[in-house]
Design a protein. Structure first.
Length: 389
């Protein structure tokens, strides 16, 4: 099996495979391959020159531990039926990690169609949402008038949306740093799917926005962002005002959102939703580029198990001082803590702390002193991302 970047003549096969494995509804299908798909970011698996599988590496920039890092969001993993259950996808994922390493991308993102499959290759959930699915009547207690809402029908409001988004994520971690192209593609896709967009303003300043679809008897929110709780309640009131048209509303919220404590019925309609997986591509480079708490200094020997990227399957000495880390690859099998690349990813992303991983049996062979050191080195974070591809 040969793994490599696809060629121009493979495009029709890739389109066919996407339609076969996923969907081909219009206008999304044509828009995606015209505006989103990029040949130079697509890897294929070939046997005797015949394309059997492919995936796409969508480039993004995210904020991780005080640094803006380039990453790839793996999407569109598709295999012809005759190529399944033969280890092709495993080889394709391994090649994707090599390609990302070559591109100096130290972390990867992935939205799974089946988490169990990718979990076996140590992509781990680092992003969770709170998923609300409520009768509109439940929003009455949460609603409050504030500001003015106006409908936006084109992509000309990018600057206002960006200002809201930046304030919305300022206390978050792991978020995408959106630029003009990100907004253009997001809004083109949203309007192409007959979505609605409203901007909330107060004294002429943007304070929130709401992207949503009307589907049968419910409103499905694509994204809701706000600068303060008053703006949040104003957007909820806007949704509540649709109760003569629909009965229910669904939206995803950051994991640290506590508005559910104000709901009249606490036990229904709110659940934890595993959203996005992540994986460290290059342990040494990742641990050297991120920031650490400046009050923490010291060193620790880390044994990492990685069954897909052998350059990570080693022992590392991490030294930290003045908020920066240096990493040395150790020649001898010596460690003060052992963990898989997936558990290290969750630690670096701040989704799980060192003590939590230890209690789960995912972080082993460590003294209490070094456990406390790791806990201080990688404090937990409120991760948020809302990109779907």
């Amino acid at each position: 099996m040969e793994y490599k970047l696809v060629q121009e003549q493979d495009l029709e096969k890739i389109k066919y495979l996407w339609a076969y494995c996923f969907e081909s509804h219009q206008p999304f299908f044509d828009w995606y391959f015209r505006e989103y798909y990029q040949q130079e970011n697509t890897l294929g698996a070939y046997q005797d020159g015949n394309l059997l599988a492919n995936l796409q590496l969508i480039p993004y920039e995210i904020f991780l531990r005080g640094q803006c890092l380039q990453t790839s969001y793996i999407v569109g993993i598709a295999t012809y039926p005759e190529g399944r259950r033969g280890g092709i996808v495993r080889g394709l994922l391994a090649e994707a990690l090599r390609e990302m390493k070559h591109r100096d991308q130290y972390i990867s993102l992935l939205m799974p169609f089946k988490a169990e499959f990718y979990h076996s290759y140590d992509w781990q959930f680092c992003y969770h949402h709170l998923k609300y699915a409520l009768p509109l009547e439940d929003l009455k207690k949460l609603s409050q008038s504030w500001g003015e809402l106006r409908q936006v029908k084109d992509i000309g409001a990018n600057d206002q949306l960006q200002r809201v988004y930046e304030r919305f994520v300022q206390d978050k971690h792991g978020f995408v740093i959106r630029k003009s192209r990100n907004w253009r593609l997001l809004l083109e896709e949203h309007f192409g799917e007959k979505g609605y967009l409203y901007l909330l303003e107060k004294d002429g300043q943007p304070e929130g926005y709401l992207m949503y679809y009307m589907q049968e008897n419910k409103i499905l929110v694509r994204e809701m962002a706000y600068t303060n709780v008053l703006a949040y309640k104003a957007l909820l009131q806007f949704l509540y005002n649709h109760r003569s048209q629909v009965e229910r509303v669904e939206w995803n919220s950051p994991f640290d959102d506590n508005i559910h404590f104000l709901l009249p019925e606490h036990k229904k309609g709110v659940e934890i939703y595993p959203f996005l997986m992540a994986r460290i591509v290059d342990v040494k480079k990742c641990l050297e580029v991120i920031n650490y708490p400046r009050k923490i200094s010291g060193e620790i020997k880390i044994g990492v198990e990685d069954n897909l990227a052998q350059w990570n399957n080693q022992y590392f000495l991490l030294r930290v001082a003045n908020g920066q880390g240096t990493v040395e690859v150790l020649e001898k099998d010596t460690w003060e803590v052992k963990l898989t690349i997936g558990s290290l990813t969750q630690l670096v992303f701040g989704r799980l702390g060192a003590k939590e991983l230890f209690k789960m049996g995912l972080l082993t062979d460590i003294s209490q002193g070094k456990l406390k050191f790791l806990e201080g080195l990688f404090p937990k974070c409120d991760n948020y991302i809302n990109e779907y591809f």
